[in-house]
Design a protein around this ligand. Structure first.
Ligand SMILES: Cc1cc2nc3c(=O)[nH]c(=O)nc-3n(C[C@H](O)[C@H](O)[C@H](O)COP(=O)(O)O)c2cc1C
Length: 369
């Protein structure tokens, strides 16, 4: 019989915080800043974390529920827990095996990868490394239309189950930490999908990394340019109800509520704050994912109680990659799974499917003396 939870027997990393500390110790300061930093004055970066503390949970006691079931599906993709990893580019800056290591750890944990267009490895290399996890290809819908269409075909040929289209970076964000450090991302680390590309070629398509001047695509153009693809697509970067409705009208099969981890437009609300509005607008018609600020298991539970179907890990996964590659990512997943499970059990829910708004409420405002 297992009598105690043993906090002394934890593996290399006892908490997610230790993974962050190890990432910081492993990375040169300018790469740490590239990873950890946000846009502008970093108001949104801070808001993403603060938002989780503004919600409190409402537990139910003596419910008779068994060990909670964390498994779910997202766009037909089976997940052992409601977690995916985000399409963070420039991954070889963090670890030599980049998204190969992420996908391998994900496959072992039953978690799916969103594989970036601007990654250090090609979609083909990542799917070969871990076909069970590398199920979603990410693209930036902008720039050269012929390239975008060719990439849609390529994603289908590779065998991905879905696409993630990043809508919130028609131009690079205003990244002051990078400016202060005089830091530019090395083109080599973002050209895994375009091995022979020059910086000028890449500037044609990768919005997050380059200042761009041509008109931003419209919803109608997006609908038309995605219509040839057999794959369902996720609208990444939605923060308002009206944009969620427009995305679904344009053909989105899912919405990812996200502010890009505070890395694009500063001063937008925390993703968690935007979630209820998006759920009210399109919840029930398409699945809803959330990223930006997820650091621990209870964050996942709060997002699900507010109406998300799954969450996506950005920096948490990237930090684990930097801290120790595949092994550290495996540990991150273990810690998240255990904390999600513990939180759900203490909350009195039977499974992730039972989390709903009756289990969460805004924190009362405390008047300081
Ligand atoms: C180093 C780094 C690179 C990123 N590159 C991309 C990218 O190429 N495309 C994209 O859609 N999102 C990119 N993102 C954003 C993530 O997909 C995700 O939206 C964000 O990290 C979520 O917030 P979080 O870091 O607080 O979890 C990147 C994030 C980081 C930290």
């Amino acid at each position: 019989m297992e009598t105690f939870v043993s906090f002394a027997s934890a593996g290399t990393f006892a908490t997610v915080g230790e993974i962050y500390d190890a990432a910081r110790a492993a990375l040169p300061p300018e790469i740490w800043d590239f990873l950890d930093g946000g846009a502008g004055g970093e108001q949104t970066l801070r808001a993403n974390r603060a938002a989780f503390d503004r919600w409190t949970l409402r537990p139910r006691l003596m419910t008779g529920v068994a060990e909670p079931d964390l498994s779910t599906t997202f766009l037909g993709i089976a997940l052992s827990m409601p977690v995916l990893t985000s399409p963070f580019g420039a991954d070889r800056l963090l670890h030599p095996e980049g998204h190969l290591a992420v996908a391998r750890a994900n496959a072992k944990a039953g978690v799916a990868s969103m594989v970036p267009e601007a990654g250090s490895f090609s979609w083909e290399e990542v799917t070969t490394a871990a076909p069970a996890a590398a199920r979603i290809a990410q693209l930036h819908p902008m720039g050269n239309v012929a390239n975008f269409t060719a990439m849609l075909d390529r994603a289908a040929d590779v065998g991905f189950a879905a696409l993630c289209l990043t809508l919130d970076c028609p131009s690079a964000g205003w990244r002051e930490r990078n400016m202060r450090n005089r830091f530019d991302v090395d083109v080599e680390t973002v050209s895994g999908n375009y091995p022979h590309a020059t910086a000028e070629d890449l500037a044609d398509t990768l919005g997050q990394l380059f200042i761009r001047h041509e008109p931003v695509w419209t919803w109608d153009e997006l609908a038309e340019r995605t219509s040839s693809s057999p794959l369902p697509w996720i609208a990444k970067g939605v923060l308002t109800g009206p944009d969620a409705v427009r995305a679904v009208r344009a053909g989105a099969a899912a919405v990812l509520v996200s502010n890009h981890g505070g890395r694009q437009l500063d001063a937008v609300p925390a993703a968690l704050e935007a979630l209820p509005e998006v759920v009210a607008a399109v919840g029930g018609t398409v699945p809803i994912a959330l990223d930006s600020g997820i650091r621990r298991g209870s964050d996942v539970v709060k997002a699900l109680a507010l109406g998300a179907d799954v969450v996506v890990l950005g920096r948490a996964a990237a930090m684990a990659l930097a801290a120790g590659g595949e092994e550290a990512l495996a540990r991150l997943h273990e810690l998240l799974r255990e904390e999600i499970s513990t939180t759900i059990k203490l909350l009195g829910a039977a499974s992730v499917a039972y989390l709903d708004p009756s289990m969460i409420t805004p924190a009362p405002r405390v008047t300081p003396w």
